[in-house]
Structures are given as C-alpha cells and as structure tokens.
Design a protein around this ligand. Structure first.
Ligand code: DGY
Length: 321
C-alpha cells in the first residue's frame, strides 16, 4: 500500500522530518525563510493527505475545496487564525495547533519585551554601539520600573498565566481580563480579575496575549488607548490584528501612552517605512515569541506527531477545539 502524502510548507531540518519518512511520503517547500506561493500550495494541497502549515499560509475554504484526500492540517503555532476551522470541520479535516510546548518560551519573550521597553534596552544598546556614550549622567536613558508595578494581562490563557508567574517574581500587582474568570490563577498567582475598561485604566503595563478572533479584532482601538494611563506601556505578543495600529501610533505620538513593545503586527513583515518603526519609544521584534531552537523543534515534532496520529486513524494530541 502506498504511503500517505504529507506536504510541509517550509523546509524543515532533515533530522526532524527523517523519522516520519517511514510513515509518509514527505514533500516540502524548498525554502525555510520564504513562504510557499499560493499556486504551489494549491497544487500540493490538492494531492495531500496531510498538510503541515505555518502562520503565513491562508488555509481557507477556497483552498480546502480542492483537497479531496486531506485529513489533517497541522499548524505549527498555537494561534490558528490563518486557518478556516469551520471550513475544515465541515469536510471532516482535523485542525491541530502546538500549544503547551511554547508556553514558557513565549512568556519569556513577552516579559523580556516588557523589560526591554520599560528600561529602553534597545535604545541604550544602540547608544553605546554608535559611540555616543561620553559620560555617566543622572538621567541618562532613564526608564521606568517594572518591580512593584501593576501588570494588566489581557488574555489569561496558558501564556498569560506563565507571564503572571514571572510578574509575581518581580513583586508586581497582577490584574487580568479574560472571557471567563480563572479561579486557579486568582488562587495560585494572586491575580485579580478586572473588566477590560478597569484594567486599561489601572495597569502600568497592558500586555495583550489574547488570540485574534472576530471578537478581538482591533480591540485595542483609540478608545482603549485613551483609557490607559499616560505613562502606561503597551505590549503585544499575540497577534497584530488585535490592535488598531493607526490609533496606537496616534496614542504614542500624543503622549496618551508612554511606549509600546511589539512582537506582532497587523501586516507581517511590517513595511520598513512604517511609522511605528520610526519611533524611539517603540521596541519592535519580528514575531519571535516562540523562537528558541528547543521550542521550535518541539513545535515541528508535535505537528508531525499529530499528522502521524490522524493518518493512522487515531485522535491527534492537540486538536483545535
Ligand atoms: C504562535 O505559535 O501562534 C506564534 O505566534 C508563532 O510562533
């Protein structure tokens, strides 16, 4: 019997893929650093039993319509807003993501981004490297404290809780907003639930970790920024589409908020001329929340494992609910 066909939309390291070659016939896009073009994706997906995708691929109704053999789309990310899950379910195609394995790594990056923004680390590093450092002076590159401040976490999922654990180590006061109350986070981390409005008004650091859904699209809009404190710092490590970027730019320009740390953008990669990139009070990263070698390997392995399970007739480890 011929092996099922699996198409992988990025070139993954051979040591990760190799153990799966005995289970499937694996075909991969040739580049690691460039997304597959839509025509190739259409053509490959139409033949495949399993697809391993990353967040640059739009897996929509139009694409799925041509996939007569497809049984699983395994997204190598915890987020899955690039996949039309309803369109997949109505065709009995499983959709999986890679939660858990990236939680601590993404929380590390979120906290690092918050610290880098508050303590102006990127500016300070450039200052030294550009030979501008002449003297010690009392307010040279003075930032703002993190310890004992109030963090407001919007989206208290696994990553939100992991960020809260870090915040607790810095003696921060932890507020959170979530669709539902998280009793465990309240008991174990001393986190306090707030309505979104109250959290925005009280927090020194507003940290967005909510997934992108129709309900959260542009939830950080002009009204939300206007509610924040003038010295608030906004951090986004979930999806850029949760933010109205024009409103954010305006809030930063007019001093409605103090600074922002952004790992994600409405359009990625962000245009090099984008106004957010011209601002000293904005730290920008290229969507590297889960980017450590250890974690990225675990994400690839989990995605492949899910494909193996589904193609052998079992339940996947991490289905998207
Ligand atoms: C995710 O997993 O959703 C991240 O944004 C990609 O690393």
């Amino acid at each position: 019997m011929s092996k099922p066909i699996v198409y992988i939309t990025r070139c993954l390291p051979e040591d990760v893929v190799e153990p799966y070659r005995k289970h499937f016939q694996i075909d991969m896009w040739e580049y690691e650093d460039r997304p597959v073009d839509r025509n190739t994706l259409r053509e490959k997906a139409a033949q495949a039993d399993g697809l391993l995708t990353v967040l640059t691929e739009q897996v929509d109704d139009e694409l799925l319509e041509q996939c007569k053999n497809l049984k699983i789309v395994a997204n190598m990310a915890v987020g899955f807003d690039n996949i039309d899950v309803d369109a997949a379910s109505k065709r009995n195609i499983s959709v999986t993501n890679t939660p858990d394995v990236l939680t601590e790594t993404t929380a590390d990056l979120t906290f690092a981004l918050m610290m880098a923004t508050a303590r102006r680390l990127v500016e300070a590093s450039s200052y030294v490297k550009e030979g501008k450092w002449q003297n010690w002076s009392p307010l040279l590159l003075a930032g703002t404290d993190i310890h004992h401040k109030k963090i407001g976490i919007v989206g208290m999922g696994r990553i939100g809780e992991a960020v809260a654990r870090r915040a607790s180590g810095f003696s921060m006061d932890i507020l959170y907003h979530n669709r539902s109350r998280k009793k465990e986070a309240e008991d174990e981390l001393g986190a306090t639930y707030r309505s979104l409005e109250a959290l925005l008004e009280e927090a020194d650091y507003v940290v967005c970790l909510t997934p992108h859904t129709p309900e959260t699209e542009k939830m950080f809009d002009a009204e939300a920024f206007a509610r924040m404190k003038k010295d608030a710092i906004f951090i986004n490590a979930s999806r850029g589409m949760t933010v109205d970027e024009d409103a954010l730019i305006q809030a930063l320009k007019t001093g409605e908020i103090a600074a922002a740390g952004l790992d994600v953008f409405a359009e990625e990669p962000i245009d090099a001329d984008h106004p957010l990139l011209q601002m000293d009070n904005v730290v920008c990263l290229p969507h590297i929340g889960s980017a450590t070698k250890e974690t990225r390997y675990k994400m690839m392995e989990l995605a492949l494992e899910n494909i193996k399970l589904v193609l052998s007739g079992s339940e996947p480890k991490t289905p998207v609910e």
